[in-house]
Design a binder for this molecule. Structure first.
Ligand SMILES: NC(=O)c1ccc[n+]([C@@H]2O[C@H](COP(=O)([O-])OP(=O)(O)OC[C@H]3O[C@@H](n4cnc5c(N)ncnc54)[C@H](O)[C@@H]3O)[C@@H](O)[C@H]2O)c1
Length: 351
């Protein structure tokens, strides 16, 4: 695989670290051949950080002319996803595109339509699909370890001050556009379509499609144009109900909270603090018992890249199709509609 990064910002760094570790572990023939970023300083910093010998470009077309690249990881602001994904498809590249697929549903449909004309791999980087704790819970639920599922709670809480990716900050040397994540036009929504999506995927993964949602949006973050507090009830096709909350504040110091809790007829399963480990509470373990090691959210990027590589080079089918990955966008847009119309909305009816 000859790989290029389009967008060398905050999350591209996490992808790069996963790729570098993956190559070191597996010895697969993977080479980073180009960095493409309109901000040359970002690309230079990225190149130096990982001691890469690849070339830097500002345009994808230049990179495909000058290198033999065959695959790209696209990590740019949402409103640029369509332009860069379509360019990559037309250059016959395999594409791992950061979530959400686009900033609007129309744009996402254009991406999907074009992707179908490409014989190459197209995956959306919804890394929660590969989060070891989330996968383990799916098995535990299938084994019935907490009996029948009654309900679940997903709680995504972030302060822009302490964002682990720093993507909300304008740091020294950054251009103003770094704060694009506050702009409704640039992102297509607020906290739900952005970080919240990573907490919606596990719920869909465990319980199936969300049949209906009822939601209230609020705006506690002074800079965020979209909603920075999103509180919803989901009902699933298997009749489980769940509560979702997504919050972004400026400086809140949050209490210790657990990102996911699933309540069954015999006990509860929890993902541990900050997403590490899986815990079970039942008659035998009333104070809780850790039954799965601490892997964490970031470890999912490694497994995601493994899937991308396996699909690209070994002919595997992606663990989640791009059509399936449109699901979180539809849920976020259904929540927005529910907030406005004050009624239950069915995500899959949105077109
Ligand atoms: N999976 C996750 O946990 C996670 C976390 C953060 C961000 N993201 C997603 O990753 C994407 C990027 O977010 P980020 O936080 O890395 O943003 P960022 O602002 O840190 O980086 C974006 C980079 O894209 C570059 N860029 C802008 N226009 C470009 C163009 N036309 N061509 C090439 N490069 C261009 C910028 O210069 C910048 O270096 C978004 O889709 C975001 O939602 C995902």
């Amino acid at each position: 695989m000859k790989l290029a990064f389009i967008g060398c910002g905050r999350i591209a760094v996490v992808h790069a670290e996963s790729v570098i570790k993956y190559v070191s572990d597996t010895k697969h023939p993977i080479e980073i051949v180009a960095l493409i970023d309109t901000n040359l300083a970002s690309a230079e910093e990225f190149k130096n950080k990982y001691n890469l010998s690849c070339k830097i470009f500002t345009q994808l077309e230049e990179a495909t002319q000058e290198t033999a690249l065959d695959s790209v990881i696209i990590s740019v602001p949402h409103y640029l996803h369509e332009d860069l994904a379509l360019k990559a498809f037309s250059q016959k590249l395999n594409v791992l595109l950061e979530k959400p697929m686009a900033h609007t549903l129309d744009s996402a449909h254009r991406i999907l339509d074009q992707s179908k004309r490409s014989d190459n791999i197209f995956m959306i980087a919804e890394n929660s699909q590969y989060w070891p704790e989330i996968l383990k819970i799916k098995d535990l639920l299938l084994d019935g370890v907490i009996g029948e599922v009654v309900t679940a709670k997903a709680s995504f809480r972030q302060s822009s001050d302490k964002d682990i990716f720093d993507s909300y900050s304008v740091l020294d040397g950054d251009t103003e556009s770094k704060a694009w994540r506050y702009s409704l036009a640039a992102t297509g929504g607020g906290i739900t379509i952005d970080g919240g999506a990573h907490w919606i995927r596990p719920l869909r993964f465990w319980f199936g499609e969300i049949k209906e949602t009822f939601c209230k949006f609020s705006y506690p973050h002074p800079l965020m144009e979209g909603e920075s507090l999103s509180q919803a009830i989901f009902t699933f096709e298997n009749s489980v109900t769940a509560i979702f909350e997504g919050i972004l504040t400026e400086k809140t110091v949050f209490s210790k909270d657990y990102p996911f809790r699933i309540t069954g007829t015999r006990g509860e399963i929890m993902v541990g603090y900050e997403g590490y480990g899986v815990y079970i509470f039942d008659q035998e373990h009333p104070d809780g018992f850790q039954l799965f090691d601490r892997h964490g959210y970031i470890s999912s990027f490694y497994h995601q890249f493994h899937d991308f590589y396996s699909c690209t080079v070994l002919g595997k089918t992606p663990d989640a199709s791009p059509e399936y990955s449109l699901g979180e966008m539809k849920v976020a847009l259904a929540m927005e509609k529910s907030n406005i119309e004050k009624m239950w909305v069915t995500p899959h009816k949105l077109i």
